[in-house]
Structures are given as structure tokens and as C-alpha cells.
Design a protein around this ligand. Structure first.
Ligand SMILES: C[S@@+](CC[C@H](N)C(=O)[O-])C[C@H]1O[C@@H](n2cnc3c(N)ncnc32)[C@H](O)[C@@H]1O
Length: 303
């Protein structure tokens, strides 16, 4: 079998199974199996491949044809300037979450490239303590620790398996000594008793009744614990707002990602605790990030 024929066969299979952009994905999967860049695959259609390699490729193409996400098949995913390990125990980091990480970097005094939104920064300080609630792959915790050597992050997740992935990503980027990994249920156990300058979170935010409307690639593969959040999708925001007073230092900040139609409500949840709130839109113009700053003398204004 030659590369060109193998590629054509895969494109047909992905097209028949209604995978978006079959030519692009078939090429990327083949380059993954060969350990070559995609350009090589297209430039060498006559190159012979072994039966073993062809078999390996076909099995990945079949998985993709069943709509398993590309990132789970290859075991990795790009996030900002990193390539992170992922598996089926963690949510595949999304583009919107890059905006969340950039917003947190801004709050911590960095100016990320192309970040042109304006939210307040934390007051200047030699070192900051950061809490990442629902760390998953560790995409946020690792990117913050990597770019700010003056912070310590507590990265919390209910899933032992997710914490293992986050730890592996921290080790890959050499920041494991500045992140504590904590397995804890943020909603029901109160293991976290420290105070923080910044609490960042991309929590589960999909109302349970909406899970069935998600694409197969999401509801059939990504962990339900990373997606579902009670009847209205807002339970984590309420918990974060309720605990802001005990978990944040004065003038501390909460920065969270929310669902496409939740921005106003999430802003309201934090405003009700007396925090000053800000909404940032994502590239699609959707209210996506809510930042809430504790104000007043002791940090919070007394309403
Ligand atoms: C939407 S995912 C976000 C993962 C990662 N931070 C990201 O942005 O890609 C939410 C994460 O919250 C975790 N989680 C769900 N319920 C939790 C709880 N009660 N306490 C702590 N973490 C929880 C899930 O295991 C999942 O990793």
C-alpha cells in the first residue's frame, strides 16, 4: 500500500461518517502515525508503508469515524504555547479557555500577546497565591505557573485521574514544584482553607437537561463530571461566589469562564456578594469570562 492510496481510503471513510474536514484530518492522522509533518505525507504519495503501519492508521481512522475527538486519539492538544497530554479523564481544553488563562495572566501582571481586553489587575505584590478550581488537564494552572514564577497554584479537581494528567503536564513544563495538586470535591468538602489572591475556574456549566443535545464527540467521549452542573448549570458559580469571602484576600479576584448564554447571570451571582464585576467577550462576541473583584476596605464592600 502507498501513502496516497491509504490517504484516499481514509478520506472516503471519514466523509462517509460525516467527519468535518475529512481531507485535513486524514492527513493529520497519517502524519501522527508516521511521526512526520503533514507536508511530508502530501509530498510522498508513492511511498510504500508496511502492513503494520497501514493497520495502525486504519484503526485510528475508524476511531475518528466514530467521532472520537482527535485529541483523545493522538493523546495531545495545543493550549496557548503548550502541547498538553490529554486522555478521556479530562476535558479537551477549548479556545475559550485560552481567553480565561490570558485574563488570569493579565490580572497577575503579565500582558499576553494579542490580549486587548481590560479588567483590573491584582494589587502589586511580591508573590501571589492562586486557586484553580476544576483543573482537569491542568491547562490553566500550568500556563499560569509557567509564565509567572512569582505565584503558587493550588490545583483542585474531584477526579483522581484528572489530577494525574494535570501533574504530568506540570512535569512536562517543569512547574510541578509550584503547583499543589489536590483531589477534592469543591462543592461538598471544605478541604481548602487557605486564602488566595486569585481564584480561576472553568467549572462544569452545562445544565443536566442539555447534555443530550451535545454532539456525540462531546457527550460520548468527554467526562460527564467535566460537563454537567445541576439543573441550571450555575451551581459552581454560586459556590465560588459564596466562598469568595472566606477564600480570597482583600482585593482578590475571581475569574471564571461561563456558557454561551450565562454571562449576565454569572455576573449577577458575583455582584450580589458585593464584588465589582466585568464581562469579557470571546472571539465570537459571546460573553464568556466574568471577572469579579472584591472591593471596599477589607476587600469586600459591605452592602
Ligand atoms: C469544564 S472542566 C475544566 C477543565 C480544565 N480546567 C479546562 O479548562 O479545560 C471542569 C473540571 O471540574 C472538575 N470537577 C467537576 N466537579 C467538581 C467538583 N465538585 N469539585 C472539584 N472539581 C470538579 C471536573 O473533573 C473537570 O476536570
Amino acid at each position: 500500500m502507498v501513502l496516497g492510496d491509504l490517504l484516499k481510503e481514509a478520506i472516503r471513510h471519514l466523509k462517509d461518517n460525516k467527519v468535518e474536514d475529512p481531507s485535513y484530518e486524514a492527513g493529520l492522522l497519517l502524519s501522527h502515525v508516521l511521526g512526520r509533518d503533514p507536508g511530508y505525507v502530501y509530498a510522498h504519495p508513492e511511498e510504500e508503508v508496511s502492513n503494520e503501519t497501514a493497520g495502525q492508521y486504519r484503526s485510528l481512522v475508524e476511531r475518528r469515524g466514530r467521532h472520537e475527538p482527535f485529541a483523545y486519539i493522538t493523546g495531545e492538544c495545543g493550549f496557548l504555547d503548550m502541547t498538553l497530554f490529554v486522555n478521556r479523564h479530562v476535558l479537551i481544553p477549548r479556545e475559550e479557555t485560552e481567553l480565561l488563562a490570558q485574563s488570569a495572566l493579565w490580572a497577575l501582571g503579565k500582558t499576553p500577546r494579542y490580549f486587548n481586553r481590560r479588567i483590573p489587575r491584582l494589587p502589586e505584590k511580591g508573590a501571589y497565591r492562586v486557586l484553580d478550581v476544576g483543573t482537569g488537564s491542568g491547562c490553566i494552572a500550568v500556563s499560569l505557573a509557567r509564565h509567572c514564577d512569582y505565584i503558587h497554584v493550588d490545583a483542585v479537581d474531584i477526579s483522581v485521574e484528572a489530577i494525574a494528567v494535570a501533574r504530568k503536564n506540570a512535569e512536562k513544563y517543569g512547574v510541578e514544584s509550584r503547583i499543589d495538586f489536590i483531589v477534592s470535591d469543591f462543592l461538598n468538602d471544605f478541604a481548602i482553607k487557605e486564602k488566595y489572591d486569585l481564584i480561576v475556574s472553568n467549572p462544569p456549566y452545562i445544565p443536566e437537561k442539555d447534555i443530550k443535545t451535545l454532539p456525540v464527540s462531546v457527550k460520548g467521549y468527554e467526562p460527564l463530571t467535566a460537563l454537567a452542573a445541576g439543573s441550571d448549570g450555575l451551581i459552581f458559580y454560586r459556590a465560588l461566589a459564596e466562598r469568595a469571602r472566606s477564600l480570597l484576600f482583600g482585593q482578590g479576584m475571581n475569574i471564571v469562564e461561563c456558557g454561551f448564554n450565562q454571562g449576565r447571570e454569572v455576573k449577577g451571582i458575583f455582584s450580589e456578594t458585593g464584588m465589582e464585576t466585568f464581562i469579557l467577550k470571546d472571539l465570537a462576541g459571546i460573553d464568556r469570562i466574568v471577572a469579579a473583584v472584591s472591593i471596599g476596605d477589607g476587600g469586600f464592600c459591605s452592602k
